[in-house]
Design a protein around this ligand. Sequence first.
Ligand SMILES: Cc1cc2nc3c(=O)[nH]c(=O)nc-3n(C[C@H](O)[C@H](O)[C@H](O)COP(=O)(O)O)c2cc1C
Length: 213
Amino acid sequence: MEIDPKHHTPEENYKLITGLIVPRPIAWITTLCDDGTINLAPFSAFNLMTHEPPMLMVSIGTREGQRKDTYSNILSRKEFVVNIASYEFMETVHASSAALPHGKSETELLQLETVPCTIIKTPRLKNVVAAMECRLRDRIQYDDADSAIFVGDILKYHVRDDLVRNAKIDTRELDPLARIGGPNYAGLGRFKTMPAAEVLMEKLTEKQTETGS
Ligand SMILES: Cc1cc2nc3c(=O)[nH]c(=O)nc-3n(C[C@H](O)[C@H](O)[C@H](O)COP(=O)(O)O)c2cc1C
């Protein structure tokens, strides 16, 4: 089937793109509102950009034509925290996406403890597996796009001690929550470690030569 996005409504295109680009990691973002309230919301149009310097991106849209709180807060404070939620936080993550009246804090309502960050003023969630303090580097806003892309420099990683082994993250222990299409989530599935690509290439092409294909 061929599908031309130009002949689809924004809702249909949303369903297609969020159903095909899966699983997506979730940036559970804390920001500070102008009155000092802590805002929390999940964003799955999120990924790394570069590792040197460490940079990540998150795409944040509008709600009924208005900028989401996270959007406005990042723009005015130039900083945010990307908290990483493990699978067990699924319900809390989902609930934190509710549109609340201005001045109401998701962290307070959901009784999620926060702790100060070391470099930025925005607090991070205390009981998550990891959090990244970020400074806004850039906001990319295309004229014809509903969402803006926020690029953040990672200033500090906070990682639960037992997750780091030989400077690597133990992914099973991290147990990250992922978003798939619709109001659906996933955890980690099958794992397999590969040999070096060159070794595997040789093995697979050898097999082809043997079978004459
Ligand atoms: C798992 C999940 C992922 C989401 N990803 C995004 C996203 O990438 N971009 C976006 O604009 N909204 C996304 N949303 C919706 C926002 O979380 C929602 O609009 C929220 O109310 C924004 O809160 P705020 O106004 O406090 O910033 C997502 C919601 C969920 C549950």
